[in-house]
Structure formats: C-alpha cells, structure tokens
Ligand binder design. Structure first.
Ligand code: ADP
Length: 449
C-alpha cells in the first residue's frame, strides 16, 4: 500500500514544484483548443453585438471594442488558474471527466489513475484506491503518494510531458516489488478535441522477481555442485602429476576417487538435463498405457546390487490384475529409481524396503493407482518434509554427497508426477522410516495402448 504524504508536507505544499511545471501547464494549451473552448462565447457575443449595432443601440466601434474584450477574456488559458498547485484549490469538473473515460479507467485490470496535466486525479479505479487509499479524485496525486521515487517520477512526467517508469518496494500490507508507469495520453474532451493527461498504472513485479531470484539461486547452486567434484578432480590430477607420480598404490586409490567424482558430475548433468526436459513438456500429459508392475520389478532388479551392498531386502507387493496408467515409460523409470534408491541409501538401517501398488476406485469412475515406497530407517524430521522436493535441498548435505546424491532426485520426481497429473505424498515418523507415495489418476478412455 502506498502511504500518503505527511500532513506537514501537505500543508506546505510538499517539496517545491519545479517552476517548469506551471509554465509548461500554461503554455502547453494549444491555440486551436482554446479557440474551440471559447467558440460558443465568441459566437454568442458576436450575435448579440451585431444585433445591438443593427438596432442602433451601440455604435459599430463600441460593439467592436466590446467583442475584442470578450474575446480576450474567453481566450485566456483557463488552466493558468488551477495550476496554482494548492491543495484547497478544488477545480470544477474537467472536460475529460466523461463517463467513457471513467469506464475505461475503472475497467483496467491493474491499479490505474488518470491525472490532469497538473497531476490532479481525474479518475481512479478500485484497485488503485486499494493500493493507494490516500489518492482522491480532484486532489493532486503528488500529495497523496509519499514514496519519493514515485513523487519524483510524477513531477518529471508532468514537467516534461514524457513517460516515466519507476520500480519501488511497497511495504504494506505485504512486501512486494511494484512498478509504476506514467504515460502521457491525449484524452478526448466534452468540447471536442483532446486534452493531455497522465495515465498512472501500477504493476506487481513480485512474481517476476521471485522467478528471477529462483533462477539465479538455481544457477549458483548448480555451479557450486559442479565445482566441488571438479575441484577434487583438479587436485588429484596435480597430485598424480607431482608428489604421487611414482606411487602406484596412491595412483590406484586416487584414480578410484576421481572416477567417483566424474560419475557424480555426470549424474548431476543428467539430472539437470532431465529436469529441463520434463519442465519443457510439463503441459503435455503423457498418453501411453503402461502397466506399473513390470516397470517396478525392472527397477527393483536393477537396484538389487545396491540392496545387497547395503544389506537391505526389497519386498514387492503387486495387485493380481495389471495396474495400467497413462504415462511416459522413461520418466516413470526415473521416478521409481529415485524413490527406491533413496530408500535403500537413506533408510538402509531399517534392513528392508517395501514397494506396493494399490488400486483404489476413483470418484469419477476408473481406478487410481498408488505406488508406495516405504523404508524403516531413521525417517525425516517434520520440518524438512515440505522442502524435500526443492532443487538441491538435502536434510544432510554431507550424507547426500557421500551417497553420490545430487539433491535433484525428488525435485525431478515431483515434476514428472505433476506432468502425469498425479500427486506425491511424503510421510515420515522419525526413527520409524519414511513412505513416499505416488498417486496416478485413472486412465482416460482415449489413451492409446
Ligand atoms: P539426493 O540426491 O540428495 O538423494 P533427493 O532429492 O533424492 O536428493 O533427496 C533429497 C533429500 O531428502 C536427501 O538428501 C535426503 O536427505 C532426504 N531423503 C530422501 N529420501 C529419504 C529417505 N527415504 N529417508 C530419509 N531421508 C530421505
């Protein structure tokens, strides 16, 4: 919300208005417009004086002199008077205060206010009134807006009659980044012709800024994750070229570590590429019929060596009938690989991992399938659960790295599940293990086999 100017500022007329404001205002009224505004007065005066002259009531000379006086008075630029910038100088209705202009401003989706060339509010929509409650029709916007960046931009726009754009941080009711655009517009008047006004529109840039911040964070995290194994590789290369050149035993050990680091880098790049691929196709729902049972068995078989190494038994519980969903085979393999591998790595102390597929009747007809991967390890503290699917989020960074983790697995799972229009549920009781459940919606009849 934009706070109003302080009372003190308002009493003293705020920071001084540049002299250019007033002169521009007066001088900028075009002669053609002035003539148009004064036409009716001039016409009436001419008719009356000609009639009086014809009737012999006044001499032609006197009638001419009176006409010149009336014309001079009518042609004085009336805006000279209301450019005085005094708060209590409330003018009458402006010729641009028409229902059409009001309707257009009211209908604008963003907060918007139309000002006259001196900065006085002519129309404002409900969103603008909510954003800046101090803005009042027929009062100067400069007095209602306290933010110095806005006030300066407004003054400059009024003085130069050129567009201005300013971004600022609004603090109330919540902190958000806003952008104000002030654009000069020619608005049709009730007398015909146009009058120059200023259209102020406010835009909420917060979502855009957030995306920018997330992108910057992502690049920083990805670079950091790649730099760590790269630094290890460079260090070992130097050691192998120098002190360990002739040490066959050390060479063997270092080459093993280097291979693990190179594998980690390759995995990270694979995960990053998979993430961006899934993001690109997020709006396209996969449409191939896939039976979950053989897919899950294939993943479990592939992870058997890791299970043996960690001394964990994988138990699989499948329904008798095929569990068919609409999916993308490669992406589903990644989902189950990630979930079962995590259970084997982080829940190894539980000694077993249970993978089950359950069929539930969905409300809309058809069958919803739920695949649950449960381990009996240390579990996850509740404060971490909402953040687990964020990119690079780990409960214990050291533990994840030592297990060859990238911190991207669950983020990838979430994106793939979203693309399948499914849900990922994470439940955990510390010391009793964790359960990751993926729910897939029923197959639509048009899905191809
Ligand atoms: P990572 O590559 O680190 O495994 P993930 O995105 O797959 O990345 O997982 C994020 C974090 O979630 C892991 O680092 C780990 O701390 C935690 N986590 C995932 N699965 C489990 C689990 N079954 N038990 C305990 N913690 C887990």
């Amino acid at each position: 919300m934009i706070a109003p100017a302080s009372d003190e500022q308002a009493r003293h007329g705020g920071p001084p208005v540049p002299a250019a404001d007033k002169t521009t205002v007066a001088a900028a009224t075009p002669w053609a417009d002035r003539l148009r505004h004064a036409a009716i007065i001039l016409l009436a005066a001419a008719i009356a004086l000609v009639t009086l002259a014809v009737l012999g009531e006044v001499t032609v000379l006197a009638a001419g002199a009176v006409f010149v006086c009336v014309a001079a008075a009518a042609l004085v630029p009336w805006r000279l008077h209301d450019a005085a910038n005094k708060r209590d100088d409330v003018p009458g209705t402006s010729p641009v205060e028409t229902p059409v202009v009001r309707a257009i401003v009211a209908g604008m989706p963003d907060p918007a206010a139309l000002l006259d060339r001196a900065g006085r509010v002519l129309h404002l929509n409900a969103a603008a009134a909510q954003l800046a409650p101090a803005l009042r029709v027929r009062e100067l916007a400069q007095f209602a807006l306290r933010n110095p960046e806005i006030v300066n931009a407004l003054r400059e726009a009024i003085a130069t009659a050129e567009p201005r754009r300013v971004s600022y941080l609004d603090h109330a009711p919540i902190e958000r980044w806003m952008e104000l655009i002030i654009a000069p517009v020619q608005v049709p008047t009730t007398f015909g012709g146009t009058d120059q006004c200023m259209l102020m529109t406010f835009h909420d840039l917060t979502p855009l800024r957030r995306v920018e911040e997330m992108r910057a964070d992502f690049v920083a995290n990805a670079s950091h994750e790649l730099r760590t194994p790269l630094a290890a590789l460079s260090g070992f290369i130097e050691t192998l070229q120098g002190p360990a050149r002739d040490d066959a035993k050390a060479r063997e050990r270092f080459l093993g570590i280097m291979q693990a680091q190179a594998t980690r880098m390759a995995r990270l790049i694979d995960d990053l590429l998979s993430l961006s691929r899934v993001e690109l196709s997020a709006h396209v729902r996969p449409d191939v019929q896939i039976d979950l049972a053989p897919l899950i068995r294939q993943v479990a078989d592939g992870l058997e060596p890791l299970a043996k190494e960690r001394q964990v038994a994988i138990e699989i519980d499948m329904p008798e009938t095929p569990a068919v969903i609409a999916g993308d085979r490669e992406e589903l393999l990644r989902v189950f690989e990630n979930l079962i591998e995590n259970a084997l790595k982080y829940g190894a102390s539980g000694g077993r991992v249970a993978v089950s597929v359950a069929a539930l009747a969905s409300g809309e007809g058809g069958t919803e399938y739920r695949v649950a991967v449960r381990d009996f390890g240390p579990g996850i503290a509740p404060e971490h659960l909402p953040r687990l699917t964020e990119r690079f989020y780990r409960v214990d960074v050291g533990d994840s790295r030592s297990q060859g983790g990238t911190g991207l697995g669950l983020s990838l799972v979430k994106h793939i599940v979203n693309r399948h229009r499914g849900r990922l549920l994470i439940e955990s009781v510390p010391k009793k293990g964790a359960t990751f459940t993926v729910c897939f919606p029923p197959v639509k009849p048009e899905v191809r086999a």
